[in-house]
Design a protein around this ligand. Structure first.
Ligand SMILES: [Zn+2]
Length: 372
């Protein structure tokens, strides 16, 4: 009876540890359509992610000197205290009117009303056009941008166009035409209910070029809580025609979705009749001397490495529930380990033969060996 209890405790602990380790290793590992409308689809019809090197033969801008995405080398970014914070307006949409969600064969894209705006952060006001995602597979993390060469599981891009232009298709070829807000998507333990407003409709758009309408919601909640820490650089659309017209903002804080939600994104959409729509990310492009600015210093860095994500608790707030749980869990672990060592030691003395069989069920063999 005591032995069963002991094994059960060890197994539970092991599962918790394995779950934690696998989720952080997935996070350790690490798109398409930065264009703003569907008009591109006619002349972009034949490009694909398997032939990225070939894009520039049909789209000359793709071999330019200011292409996106890029790898952000945190040791090389330039802290700029004068970078104004982003301020959003009109992001909290009503359920009605609905929003168009589409599988365009390159990405999952949600059309946005131009009442959503970036009102501070740039010289002009930028109006929203659409948002979309880039992702990989369960084995290949699929963010477009990387931090110190590390991919995140996925990335969201919210595309805005300069309000001095009539619409996004006019703006996308202009040097100051576009501002894209990007955020990395990581794997957390819980479903993200805000992302679920989009992901719950995935089955309705599994076929290429299909679309559905979903109720409006607060799009702000798809972005990180902290919009003050970001990287900024001048780049391009990450898909043909690769116009070098994007003022990029990449938030430092990662947005978390559950493993199940990410898997739904990775495994539901089709490109063509049978091919799965996945790994829709472009490789990192050369900087060619472009500066990458940061609105924060490296000591303030948030989620530099996705495996290092920690609860945001300031010392004045004392211990969070998570901290208390961690301490309690650690204490339980040590007590269990000590009692197990004592127990095994006793068991070995009383019955060395049956003890041998028991060991086969015990996962912490090194501890037993140490004891020997
Ligand atoms: Zn994109």
């Amino acid at each position: 009876m005591q032995l069963e209890l002991f094994i059960t405790v060890l197994l539970i602990q092991n599962q918790v540890l394995v779950a934690t380790a696998s989720s952080s290793s997935e996070e350790d590992e690490n798109s398409e359509h930065d264009g703003t409308n569907d008009k591109n689809s006619s002349h972009e019809h034949h490009w694909g992610y398997d032939d990225q090197e070939g894009w520039s033969s049909a789209f000359q801008h793709c071999s330019g000197q200011s292409q996106s995405p890029i790898d952000i080398k945190t040791s090389k970014v330039i802290y700029d205290s004068s970078l104004p914070h982003i301020e959003l307006d009109g992001y909290d949409l009503k359920a009605d009117p609905t929003l168009k969600l589409q599988n365009n064969g390159h990405t999952l894209q949600l059309s946005l009303p131009n009442t959503m705006r970036i009102v501070k952060g740039f010289d002009q006001v930028y109006l929203a056009a659409q948002l979309h995602f880039h992702w990989g597979t369960i084995a290949v993390p699929g963010s477009e941008h990387t931090i110190d060469n590390i991919h995140f599981p996925a990335e969201i891009h919210v595309v805005h166009y300069n309000s001095k232009y009539t619409n996004s298709s006019e703006a996308e070829s202009k040097p100051d035409g576009l501002a894209v807000l990007g955020a990395f998507i990581g794997i957390g333990l819980k479903d993200n209910e805000n992302y679920e407003k989009i992901l719950s409709a995935l089955n309705d758009v599994s076929i290429e070029d299909s679309g559905t309408d979903i109720p409006g919601f607060n799009v702000r909640h798809l972005l990180p809580n902290n919009l003050e820490k970001f990287y900024r650089y001048k780049g391009s659309l990450t898909t043909p025609p690769c116009f070098q017209t994007v003022n990029w903002t990449l938030f430092s804080e990662t947005v978390m979705v559950s493993r199940r939600q990410l898997a739904a994104l990775e495994d539901t959409l089709k490109a063509g009749h049978k091919q799965l729509l996945s790994k829709n990310f472009r490789a990192a492009q050369l900087l060619h001397g472009r500066p990458v600015l940061a609105s924060f210093t490296s000591s303030q860095s948030v989620n530099k490495d996705p495996s290092e994500i920690k609860p945001r608790v300031t010392p004045s707030e004392g211990m969070s529930r998570g901290d208390k749980f961690a301490i309690a869990f650690g204490a339980l672990f040590i007590v269990t380990l000590l009692s197990s060592l004592i127990y095994i030691s006793k068991l070995r003395k009383t019955n060395s033969i049956s003890n041998k069989d028991t060991r086969q069920d015990v996962i912490y063999k090194p501890a037993i060996k140490d004891d020997v």
